[in-house]
Design a protein around this ligand. Structure first.
Ligand code: BJW
Length: 241
């Protein structure tokens, strides 16, 4: 499907669901997970091996240093034109739900308000003992950080094998059930249950527009638009007016 055809589908759509992944923040300078080349200090670690409860149990200091590094990088950077276009689309469509796997907060900083965060949020931490969450915007002076109660705090992030935030998947699937189109951008679609929105939409027979620099396992069945989301989404947007 061409850009023009994808734009036609979007122009006719009233209810839209957007699923995003790490690729939409790539042009803001943040690494993705599965194509990460590694950034100096962290090149010796596999990000997938740090995003597990077992890794945290084994070495909370290491995992916290990784999250602290990512918090700093996310705060230092800014949303890119891909995030910005998605934010403006809240006013373009009758109904739009943004479902993101990203924890960097860049969609929210670009102005998106209706956001379901499937995998947590870098700004939040959680007490290991009480499970209470709190927002921590300032950098940590030392890690691992501790709660006032004396227990260790952990990042409020969903690691492998952990349940997603209550209601997050239900809300995302519910919106996909009534959507006219699903647009997915910057995700390898390898992590479930997030990726299941795609087969769910395809099964319903609604168009799935996929924006990525590389094809996924689903691309033969989607309207694949090749290119960086920071360029493809503004181009798509320019065809909507
Ligand atoms: C660009 C670009 C540019 C680059 N423009 N694009 C069903 C089948 C098989 C397995 C499972 C299943 N259901 C569950 C599982 C297990 C597991 C899983 O999915 N494993 C698979 C890997 C095999 N899932 C889980 O464990 C989930 N939990 C769960 O299911 O719990 C069940 C349960 C229920 C009740 C009680 C208890 C348990 C949890 C998944 C948590 C994922 N967490 C992470 C880390 C935390 C977040 C963080 O630290 O940031 O989330 S892993 C990591 O992958 C991160 C991401 O959000 C997630 C998705 O990655 P994403 O965003 O797609 O990034 P990449 O790197 O993979 O892809 C980037 C893409 O961008 C690439 O395609 C590039 O080409 C592209 N790109 N530049 C556009 N400029």
């Amino acid at each position: 499907m061409s850009f023009d055809e994808a734009a036609k589908v979007l122009k006719e759509a009233k209810k839209v669901v957007i699923l995003t992944g790490a690729g939409v923040s790539k042009e803001s300078g943040l690494d993705t997970f599965r194509d990460a080349k590694g950034d100096g200090l962290w090149s010796q670690y596999n990000p997938m091996e740090l995003a597990t409860p077992q890794a945290f149990q084994r070495d909370p200091d290491l995992v916290w240093r990784w999250y602290n590094f990512r918090r700093d990088k996310a705060f230092e950077t800014s949303p890119n034109p891909g995030h910005e276009v998605i934010a403006t689309w809240e006013n373009k469509f009758e109904k739009l739900l943004l479902v993101t796997q990203n924890v960097d907060g860049l969609h929210q900083r670009a102005g998106s308000k209706k956001v379901v965060c499937l995998h947590g949020n870098l700004l939040q931490v959680r007490c290991l003992k009480s499970g209470k969450t709190l927002t921590k915007e300032e950098p940590f002076e030392s890690v691992p950080p501790y709660c006032q109660c004396g227990s260790m705090l952990r990042p409020d992030i969903v690691w492998f094998g952990e349940a997603l935030p209550e209601g997050a998947m239900e809300k995302s699937l519910g919106a996909t059930l009534e959507a006219d189109v699903l647009l997915v951008a910057g995700t390898s679609l390898q992590v479930y249950p997030a990726a299941s929105l795609v087969p769910y939409a395809l099964q319903r027979g609604i168009p799935v527009i996929e924006v990525n620099v590389e094809q996924s396992d689903f691309s033969s069945k989607t309207c694949f638009l090749s290119g960086p989301s920071g360029e493809v989404l503004p181009k798509l947007d320019s065809l909507l007016s």
